[in-house]
Design a protein around this ligand. Structure first.
Ligand code: GAL
Length: 697
């Protein structure tokens, strides 16, 4: 597909501005082209990239002969305000993207979005914890603008630029303004479908991340001021009461000084950190530590980082320039020896987004100067990814996989195993985050702590269980929310009279997550990592030709499951099922697609539908995953002609799979021959055993 050729040179010459040579479109990888417009800045996301594009995955996608947009389609002008780029759009074309977008429509057509890093997005302006200068079109192509600036995208809001005295171009264009920059590199991604354009972008970023197997399980974050004893009591209670939980997170109180961070154990609450970690590890937990990037003067790394700090501090701490290798080495070196070497498995990288519009603003202003020459605006765009890189590299060097959380991200972040989060949103917004994040190669983890009602808790924990990273963030409640949903009563230890029933309902929900671990792990390790297919994404990625699928409250989980959460305050909800046949995940009821169905909120389970022709492996739920866990699987074949289901079998802990130490376990079902399981590969141990089959028609 090629878009209409327009006159790049005409507008550029008339405006006396720089123009790209139409021949300057270079193929950089299969199905990906770059065009350099003007003189790009040096501080751009690609200049800091750690991962090469995944050539193997890109070559496996359908070959694309020609760029879907040619240099001749593009108009460019450098002005004192920065760069202005215009790209054609066609009637009926719809745009999705710009990273995580929690407010407003997920469809960006007709919208103006400024992709500014901000922790408190109030309106649909483009502000986000993780805005990404990448969009995809229903016409089956994608565009990435390589910038760390707060670029503005006018997605078909305005007419294309006119040349004085000449008839104006017709139709609406994509207009892009990149402040300050006198040029920019633009990358164009072929489809042929919207989903394949997303895949190409993820593969260009380096492929999807490789979380550990335990990262498929549940993360529980304990109250911020908990003591070691309190955390251990909680950890024991979960095991005794069979609450699925793989990782325990400590919140600010583990530091001697948290705002800004000392990264040193508060011995009053954690007198024996090594013993504490050992006790949690013995119970089968991974330990995740909260922190942010602002370094307190009492931190052991403060002095060493002074030469690499920005000229504005935050919360009394310095802001390290993590775009500089020396600063990353100091930050990582300390974390490695003081924390990871002692048994810490993961980190929560808080507050690396920017809050400057609330009553208690924090973070550094846009004009901050950093030693690398970057300003605050550029640093806001880059710091989330560079922070992930800094901590990820520690684990990478140890050949140990991690699954963390991060509050900010931007371009090319897909290879980093961190899920985005924030506790500021309502349930619908959380779901919209799952829908939109996928378009930018990001993972968004909705979270739950207290709740408005028991129903609200159940509904939200259901969304949590069917999300990229299942997190209960009890950072301000002492007891699990299923014991008491109201914060004050919870902290006073006053439990709901029916708390055991509520706990049982939550346990069921989390167990459903654990049943799906083998399926989800393959969605990450094969779909995301190798093929660039986001494991969670809006329906429009899979059904771009069906405008009815442009819904913002349902999403795909892997290739087989459609998830449509219920919201506590709504008596029922409408669920759109795209064309084809679907099966209710819980009841196995067969439902015709190509229609919307109304589902009452009286049902206990979260509406989840399985696509016909899929085999779903359902594991006996473990309460946590160890290197020895063997998943006993019931494989359920939904409908006729089921496609083989491939599972990924490896140690789940190291990067050895990259060296070929893994198996592909293929499950097949045919009416004539029944079920079959085949194993191919060099991984010596067995992690999946088939304990039963079911065929649903
Ligand atoms: C917030 C964060 C919460 C919690 C809290 C601790 O910024 O979003 O999840 O970690 O800080 O103070």
């Amino acid at each position: 597909m090629r878009l209409m050729a327009t006159t790049l040179l005409m507008w550029a010459c008339a405006a006396g501005a720089l123009a790209a040579d139409p021949a300057a479109m270079t193929a950089v990888a299969p199905g990906i082209w770059r065009v350099t417009l003007g003189t790009p800045e040096s501080a751009v996301p690609t200049s800091l990239r750690e991962f090469e594009p995944r050539g193997d995955g890109l070559s496996a996608l359908p070959a694309a002969e020609a760029a879907p947009i040619t240099a001749g389609d593009i108009r460019f002008k450098a002005t004192p305000r920065g760069s202005v780029i215009s790209l054609p759009m066609e009637k009926g074309e719809d745009i999705f993207g710009f990273g995580l977008q929690l407010t407003g429509s997920a469809k960006q057509t007709g919208m103006k979005r400024t992709i500014r890093v901000n922790s408190d997005p109030r309106m649909a302006t483009g502000d986000s914890h993780a805005p990404v200068p990448f969009y995809v079109s229903t016409r089956g192509y994608g565009v990435y603008v390589d910038t760390a600036r707060y670029a503005t995208f006018y997605a078909g809001t305005h007419e294309a630029p006119r040349h004085p005295g000449q008839p104006g171009p017709t139709g609406k264009n994509m207009l892009i303004e990149v402040p300050a920059a006198q040029g920019v590199d633009l990358y164009v991604f072929a489809g042929p479908s919207l989903q394949q354009a997303v895949q190409r972008y993820v593969l260009f970023s380096g492929g999807g991340c490789m979380p550990p197997l335990w990262g498929m399980g549940v993360l529980y974050r304990a109250k911020g001021d908990s003591t070691a004893e309190e955390v251990l009591a909680l950890a024991r209670e979960f095991r005794a009461r069979r609450i699925p939980c793989d990782a325990i997170g400590l919140e600010p109180g583990w530091h001697t000084h948290a705002y800004s961070c000392s990264y040193a154990w508060n011995k009053k609450h954690f007198p024996d950190p090594d013993g504490f970690i050992a006790a949690l590890t013995a119970l089968g937990y991974r330990v995740n530590l909260w922190e942010h990037v602002f370094v307190h003067p009492s931190a052991p790394i403060h002095e060493a980082l002074l030469p690499y700090a920005g000229d504005r501090g935050v919360w009394g701490g310095l802001v390290p320039d993590l775009t500089v290798p020396e600063a990353r080495a100091i930050f990582a070196g300390y974390h490695d020896s003081a924390l990871v070497a002692k048994g810490i498995d993961a980190f929560k990288l808080d507050e690396c987004d920017n809050s400057d519009y609330n009553g208690t603003p924090w973070s550094f202003p846009e004009h901050t100067a950093f030693p690398s020459g970057k300003d605050g605006e550029q640093m806001h765009s880059l710091i989330g990814v560079q922070y992930q890189r800094t901590l990820y590299d520690i684990f990478r060097h140890r050949n140990q996989r991690t699954m963390g959380q991060v509050r900010s991200s931007q371009a090319l972040a897909a290879p980093y195993p961190f899920a985005l989060y924030s506790d500021l949103y309502d349930h619908r917004e959380y779901v919209r985050g799952v829908v939109t994040a996928g378009f930018g190669g990001l993972l968004w983890s909705p979270e739950v702590s207290d709740a408005a009602s028991v129903e609200d808790l159940i509904r939200r924990i259901q969304t949590v269980a069917f999300s990229p990273y299942a997190c209960v963030d009890a950072w301000y409640i002492k007891n699990p929310p299923w014991k008491q949903i109201e914060t004050e009563k919870n902290n006073r230890g006053e439990f709901l009279p029916e708390w055991e029933q509520v706990e049982a309902r939550c346990r069921n929900v989390l167990e459903a997550r654990m049943r799906l671990v083998p399926y989800l792990y393959a969605a990450f390790m094969i779909g995301y990592r190798n093929e660039g297919l986001p494991p969670f994404r809006g329906l429009m990625a899979d059904y771009p030709g069906d405008p009815a699928a442009f819904v913002y409250d349902e999403y795909m989980m892997g290739d087989a499951l459609l998830v449509a959460p219920l919201f506590a305050r709504e008596a029922s909800r409408k669920i759109y099922l795209p064309k084809g046949t679907w099966f209710d995940f819980w009841t196995r009821e067969k439902i015709a697609g190509g229609q919307s169905i109304e589902v009452p909120a009286s049902r206990e389970t979260i509406p989840v539908y399985v696509k016909e022709g899929c085999i779903l492996p359902l594991a006996e739920p473990a309460d946590h995953i160890t290197p020895e866990t063997i998943f006993k699987i019931t494989a359920v074949a939904f409908g006729k002609n089921c496609a083989p289901r491939v599972l990924f079998e490896d140690d789940g802990e190291t990067f050895d799979a990259e060296k070929g130490r893994f198996n592909r376990v293929t499950l097949q079902y045919t009416a004539e021959n029944g079920p079959k399981m085949e194993r191919q590969g060099d991984f010596p141990a067995v992690r999946y055993e088939i304990s039963g089959w079911e065929h649903v028609e």
